[in-house]
Design a protein around this ligand. Structure first.
Ligand code: NAD
Ligand code: ZN
Length: 360
């Protein structure tokens, strides 16, 4: 057995209002006046002076608003890297991502690509990155994906939807300030929170499970149940705790893997552009045969929070569409191996996946 030596985020600050300490966190990392900090900020904050006025810009620092309407693409990463190189006197001191999983992933990918040649699509996969990334900071504004702690940045490229998984991907610094999630709309709160719930379920029920992953997975699972089922927490406590659940969910899958919902959801996302959180929910709702107890809990949560999940998303697809989607899902071999075991190919066939997709 060759055990992974897993990199963790070396510095994290947690607390309501901790965003105000950003300036003191960044200052020692400024290389010189000509090497700017680049703030990549979710454009949902464009009109939110309360956040933007607190971004500590000086010298040539830049604030770039990015849209999270679509999930990050390799071409978008390449374009941002080019823009930053063309408009900066020197290579940046750091990249700071402020937003949900989409913006956090963009920030990680841009930081990597500033120090590595070619297009981001060449690095989709495992351990393909050669040079250390530029210093990068992650500041989540919605909780659930675990992107703030993970070793990957999920990108859609021309050929595949796959992360840049590398030791250089994790943030150098994370700021967890639960006040930043105040504006998250309810539906989105549910979908992204369920991403965390599903991370814990897939990790805890996978064949790759070990004590490391289990300890984090159980914590995330317990907190999600407390928030989405028991409903006894104050709004502030629920925000604080969901931020930590997201962290634990991410840590849990770091040392195991996700499973069936993620594999199928990647297919939906690649073909139809379905976003990660909602895609996972659409899929998970039909996975009784794999995760019976937890799909039942999930259905209760859907009812509890009056969530209308989209239906019939695969109703109008052609055979060719199904082939593409099934190809993407089946290609995620480690996910199936974790979910089903090493002989997964016996039961997980294109026909089986088509039946599942047709239910959605
Ligand atoms: P998101 O970043 O796509 O954002 C969802 C929506 O919420 C957007 O409209 C955004 O503008 C809005 N939003 C974010 N913060 C807000 C706030 N405080 N107030 C109001 N609106 C706010 O959502 P997400 O679910 O966090 O991220 C999904 C992405 O994360 C996908 O691209 C997925 O691939 C990626 N992901 C990455 C990892 C990883 O380990 N790297 C893990 C899971 C998912
Ligand atoms: Zn996920």
């Amino acid at each position: 057995m060759n055990y992974k030596n897993f990199p963790m985020v070396p510095r994290v600050i947690f607390g309501r209002g901790s965003f105000n300490q950003l300036e003191e966190l960044l200052a020692p990392n400024r290389l010189n006046r000509n090497a700017p900090f680049i703030f990549l900020v979710d454009d949902v904050f464009k009109t939110d002076g309360a956040l933007t006025s607190r971004i500590p810009k000086s010298y040539d620092d830049k604030l770039i608003f990015v849209s999270a309407e679509e999930e990050p693409k390799t071409s978008q990463v390449d374009a941002l890297v080019e823009e930053i190189i063309l408009t900066s006197k020197e290579s940046p001191s750091g990249i700071i991502g402020i937003g949900g999983g989409s913006v956090l992933d963009l920030a990680k990918a841009v930081a990597i690509m500033l120090n590595n040649e070619g297009s981001a699509e060449n690095y989709q996969g495992w351990d393909l990155v050669k040079n250390k990334a530029v210093y990068h900071v992650g500041i989540p504004t919605i909780s659930g994906t675990g992107a703030e702690v993970s070793r990957t940045t999920v990108l859609t490229g021309p050929k595949r939807k796959l992360g840049i998984n590398s030791d250089f991907t994790p943030f150098d610094q994370v700021v967890l300030d639960p006040e930043l999630v105040n504006g998250v709309p309810k539906q989105q709160w549910f979908y992204t929170g369920m991403d965390c719930f599903i991370h814990s379920v897939e990790s805890l029920n996978g064949t790759f499970l070990n004590a490391f992953s289990e300890s984090y997975g159980e914590m995330a699972y317990g907190i999600c149940k407390e928030i989405y089922l028991e409903g006894k927490l104050s709004k502030k406590d629920a925000q604080d705790k969901l931020m930590m659940a997201s962290w634990h969910g991410g840590m849990s899958i770091a040392y195991s893997q996700v499973g069936v919902a993620h594999a199928l959801s990647y297919g939906l996302s690649y073909l139809l552009g379905t976003k990660h959180g909602i895609g996972n929910c659409i899929v998970f709702n039909h996975l009784e045969e794999f995760y019976p107890k937890d799909v039942a809990l999930f259905k209760k949560m859907v009812i509890e929070h009056n969530i209308e999940l989209p239906k019939g998303v695969c109703a109008d697809l052609s055979d060719e569409d199904f082939d593409i989607m099934i190809g993407i899902a089946l290609g995620l071999e480690p996910l199936w191996e974790n979910a089903i075991g090493s002989n997964w190919k016996k039961t997980i066939t294109p026909k089986k996946l088509r039946e599942l997709y047709l239910k959605m």
